[in-house]
Design a protein around this ligand. Structure first.
Ligand code: NDP
Length: 463
């Protein structure tokens, strides 16, 4: 038997499965199958392609509870979140089923003839998926790729492949032909990088760290592949003194501790106007105290463990001595929540306040349940602090002043902003980053553009 990877339940440390590890050779085989399946898939009529995607959505719905349980055991995320993620997978397929015949070309007025455009599929898409939302993020790439006539090879993170593997089976059950959607499991450095460099792959849709995204972009340049990158974030929630402070504080834990902070949109910096800082912190203490951390299979649980022991060590390192704390001691925590005893990769919800804006905990993507609170003076100061980061993914603005909300929304450099809310992701609206949070847009109708090339055809009407 070849190499296997052991899939572990992060809440208990128990083995969930042993999965064979695939390498460069299997990547090549998957791309070959994908290339072979391409012409037939492209020729499926729009109404039929749409029907197949709807059947896939129905398969996901019919098997939703099984998929959610699988996601919770593999990732450690609360079952309520996994159910939401799986519902989103089905919604994504329904949305793109409806979009198949609506991504239209145009006719353009020109001299001497008729000019028209077509949205042509790219060919083979390699989708590289992280471990934080394995099913949902896979669907964001599968939906628009298949709707526009591409075939796709999905590489989940090696430690969280379970739901992606099941989705590939459900696609076959739905009648989507063999080879159109494949899932390969292996290391990013071996299998992933082979897909990125493979001459048969036309586009890489990557979600993960900015560091690996940079490498993917460089390697993809060898064959001028299309690339979309959805990378890290250090998003700010900006709370003004005229905001509904109770509402803003009550929403803070959900904005940063959901999925144990392993969320590229996590509002891991809270900027609070100085005059209301003390009141906000008192309200936040109450909100953190009632945030439920524990068994992810319990429907009442709001936060589970981190995904792995290695990741827990990384998160912990940001609070260690020498990382900005006074006298080179540990970074001072204002509030620390509780976690269960025993096995599992637990990390408590942690509020660092007031934090130095230069400390690594305030600057780097921690991807854990750690939030820093930083006071600001006025709008100008808030914009300066919010934009003082290489990232630009999401963020929130809390104020009752509508004009201020719009001024701030236009000034903060981020791809997805919310006013009086921490909601970043909806199937119908585009999602993606500015600056080093990446480029290209997922979801919404915008995603269809990044899975197609525009072809322009001129037909002369000369006699
Ligand atoms: P990575 O960026 O390493 O992993 C994301 C995906 O890329 C995984 O499928 C991984 O495979 C794959 N990958 C890794 N190296 C390569 C490569 N050379 N070529 C192609 N694919 C590759 O993220 P990590 O898992 O290491 O997480 C580290 C940090 O990244 C987190 O702490 C967080 O800050 C950030 N991150 C951001 C995410 C986001 O949603 N924006 C998601 C995940 C992480 P494999 O894991 O199997 O090796």
């Amino acid at each position: 038997m070849g190499d296997v990877t052991t899939i572990v339940d992060p809440a208990t440390g128990a083995t969930v499965a042993e999965i064979p590890v695939q390498g460069a050779e299997e990547a090549d085989l998957a791309v070959a199958r994908s290339l072979e399946a391409g012409p037939e898939w492209r020729s499926v009529g729009p109404a039929d392609r749409s029907r197949l995607l709807r059947r896939f959505a129905a398969q996901v719905e019919d098997n939703g509870e099984e998929l959610a349980q699988l996601e919770t055991r593999n990732v450690g995320k609360p079952i309520s979140e996994s159910r939401g993620d799986v519902a989103m997978v089905a919604e994504v397929m329904h949305f793109y089923a409806g979009a198949v015949d609506k991504h239209r070309g145009s006719t353009v007025p020109v001299a001497g003839g008729v000019d028209m455009t077509f949205h042509e599929p790219l060919g083979v898409v390699a989708a590289i998926i992280p471990w934080n939302f394995p099913a949902a993020i896979a669907s964001w790439k599968i939906g628009p790729a298949l709707a526009t006539g591409n075939t796709i090879v999905v590489k989940p993170a090696e430690i969280t492949p379970m739901t992606a593997l099941r989705l590939a089976e459900l696609a076959l059950d739905a009648g989507i032909p063999e080879g159109v959607l494949q899932v390969v499991v292996g290391k990013g450095s071996v299998l992933g990088s082979r897909l990125v460099e493979h001459p048969g792959v036309d586009k890489v849709a990557f979600t993960g760290s900015t560091e690996v995204g940079r490498e993917v972009m460089a390697r993809a340049s060898g064959t001028i592949k299309r690339v979309t990158l959805e990378l890290g974030g250090k998003s700010a929630s900006i709370i003004f003194d005229d905001a509904d402070l109770e509402k803003a504080a009550a929403a803070t834990p959900g904005g940063v501790f959901a999925n144990a902070g392993q969320d590229c949109c996590a509002r891991s910096r809270v900027l609070v106007q100085g005059a209301v800082l003390d009141r906000y912190l008192a309200l936040l203490d109450d909100a953190v105290a009632s945030w439920k951390v524990g068994d992810p299979t319990d429907p009442a649980t709001q936060m589970g463990p981190l995904v792995s022991a290695a990741h827990r060590g990384r998160v912990q390192s940001f609070l260690a001595p020498g990382m900005g704390g006074p006298d080179d001691g540990p970074v001072p925590a204002h509030t620390v929540g509780t976690v269960p005893d025993g096995p599992g990769f637990w990390f408590p919800p942690t509020v660092v306040a007031p934090a130095g804006a230069e400390w690594p905990v305030a600057r780097e993507e921690i991807f854990g349940p750690v939030v820093v609170v930083i006071p600001f003076e006025d709008e100008e100061d808030a914009v300066r602090l919010a934009n003082d980061t290489p990232y630009g993914l999401s963020g929130s603005i809390w104020t009752r002043d509508g004009s201020r909300a719009l001024r701030m929304a236009r000034s903060v450099q981020a791809g997805n902003l919310s006013v009086n809310s921490n909601s970043s992701v909806r199937v119908q609206t585009s999602f993606g980053g500015m600056k080093q949070s990446g480029f290209g847009r997922e979801l919404g109708l915008e995603a269809l553009d990044s899975y197609t090339d525009v072809k322009n055809v001129f037909v002369s009407t000369d006699r």
